[in-house]
Design a protein around this ligand. Structure first.
Ligand SMILES: O=C(O)C1=C[C@@H](OP(=O)(O)O)[C@@H](O)[C@H](O)C1
Ligand SMILES: C=C(OP(=O)(O)O)C(=O)O
Length: 468
């Protein structure tokens, strides 16, 4: 497959974008809907590799699915043994072994070659603590990896377990999502280190509570897990989740690449349907991009970002929002000074070792980036074109596309890897750039004026994203 020529557009872009649903929310709703005892409807779900794999896996395990009118109808059934493929999806490879403890039969789970090096050990050890038999691969360090086979007997007692979730919050989310169907629920303790991506844990707790499940978080008894004050213990009472009829928020991390386009071109990008309140880590882009010099406004449910004339370097701890690092790193490449993105060691266990991938690819462009312990430093330099590698990582593909807007001659090897969470990405990106000469952000249906310097137009905003 030949490399994708990233569109070059150093002039200010001006566009309005609608992004499809959140991967993290879609896959949580699907899991809980499958663990219910009555049908649910998940509206505006993400349809992408990670969520399709989740559907196929649970279908093989006995859940019924129907996709109609941009809604996923879920019909729970008794869970049975199956052989399932997790691709490279962290949510599938971590959540489903926990769900498989509730199945009656052997559930074999494997994934892409790259998935076999992603951390799995804490989920395997948690399942062993529940007295459920599980076979697994083992790496050179003696840690459990994919493939795994969970020997479910149809019921799990539950009780108390401990997990070291310092490599991924998904280990905790996995056990919490399966917990309500354990006979005595689950009390889960985090045992060591700092948990990354705590907004995703908040999201798990929210989705459970929204499905009628009682969850208590400690040290605080209830309420959100606050950055810097994360819960270290959770208690999930037994119950039958009822997802009901829910709508999935747009994926704000995927929106990040488009907001980055405003940053690196000094343009104006708005994202439609930005949720007013959300647990998605992508919401933190509002403050991060403002720190880098953007003008950021919420206007009638649309997030509007006007890129600055000069991008400010940042010094930021992104442990809680690691998913945003490739996007922020791409923007930092064009800052007026060296940026430090700190405390992001967990990125070594993402789709690829993202610390290594970002430094390698920036060097390929003539840039300079380096890692000290768990901190990433980016020193802006004049860059030249190159074919960037993506390592099967959707966010490395979008990282390359963002840089390609400002650097002529960037090509992206395997742009199709964006199908993990946004199959429409290449088309959306091309449309955004092709329409850039047309001023269309301040459209007739936008009730207020946009930021200074953007003219208005009577044309309706284009729908660059998924179907409405
Ligand atoms: O639970 C989730 O939906 C996710 C949790 C985070 O994982 P880590 O805690 O491994 O960073 C995040 O990076 C990932 O994209 C999605
Ligand atoms: C880390 C990510 O994905 P996963 O859910 O596969 O861990 C990501 O999407 O940035």
């Amino acid at each position: 497959m030949s490399a994708w020529p990233a569109p070059f557009h150093a002039q200010p872009l001006n566009t309005s974008i609608r992004v499809p649903g959140s991967k993290s929310l879609t896959n949580r709703f699907i899991v809980l809907a499958a663990l219910g005892d009555q049908p649910s409807v998940i509206r505006e779900p993400l349809v992408a590799r990670d969520t399709v794999l989740m559907v196929r896996a649970l279908e093989a395990m006995g859940t019924g699915f129907e996709f109609y009118d941009n809604a996923l109808f879920v019909y729970p059934g008794p869970l049975r043994g199956a052989s399932i493929h997790a691709g490279l999806a962290g949510t599938v490879m971590r959540f489903l072994p926990a769900v498989a403890t509730l199945a009656n039969g052997d559930v074999e789970i494997d994934g892409d070659v790259a998935a076999r090096v992603r951390p799995m050990d804490p989920v395997v050890r948690a399942i062993e603590q529940l007295d459920v038999l599980i076979d697994h691969g083992t790496n050179a360090a003696g840690q459990a990896t994919l493939p795994v086979t969970v020997h479910g007997t149809g019921s799990v007692l539950g009780g108390r377990i401990g997990i070291d979730a310092s490599a991924s919050s998904q280990f905790i989310s996995a056990m919490l999502l399966a917990a309500p169907r354990m006979e005595s629920g689950l009390e889960l303790r985090h045992t060591a280190g700092q948990i990354p991506s705590t907004p995703h844990l908040d999201m798990t707790v929210d989705v459970l509570r929204g499905s009628g499940i009682e969850v208590f978080t400690f040290p605080r008894d209830a309420g959100p897990v606050r950055p810097g004050h994360p819960a270290v213990r959770w208690l999930v009472l037994p119950g039958i989740p009822d997802v009901g009829n829910v709508e999935v928020e747009p994926d704000l991390s995927n929106a990040g690449a488009f907001l980055a386009a405003a940053m690196v071109t000094g343009g104006f990008v708005e994202i439609q349907n930005w949720p007013r309140i959300t647990k998605q880590p992508g919401d933190q882009l509002r403050t991060i991009l403002a720190q880098m010099g953007a003008s950021v406004a919420m206007m009638a449910g649309r997030l509007q970002v006007k890129g600055p004339e000069q991008i400010e370097p940042i010094d930021l701890d992104m442990h809680d929002v690691g998913e945003l690092v490739p996007t922020v790193a791409a923007v930092a490449t064009f800052a007026t000074g060296t940026s430090a993105i700190r405390n992001i060691g967990q990125l070594r266990g993402h789709e690829t070792d993202r610390l290594s991938a970002i430094t390698t690819e920036l060097e390929r462009l003539g840039g300079k980036a380096w890692v000290e312990d768990d901190d990433l430093f980016i020193e802006p330099r004049p860059l030249h074109g190159a074919t960037l590698q993506t390592y099967e990582d959707h966010r490395m593909a979008t990282f390359a596309a963002i840089i390609g807007l400002r650097v002529e001659g960037v090509s992206v090897e395997n742009i199709a890897t964006t199908s993990k969470t946004l199959p429409q990405f290449p088309q959306m990106w091309q449309d955004m750039v092709a329409g850039a000469a047309v001023v269309r952000a301040n459209t007739a249906d936008l009730p207020v004026e946009g930021p200074e310097g953007t003219a208005s137009s009577p044309d309706p905003a284009p729908d660059n994203g998924a179907t409405a």
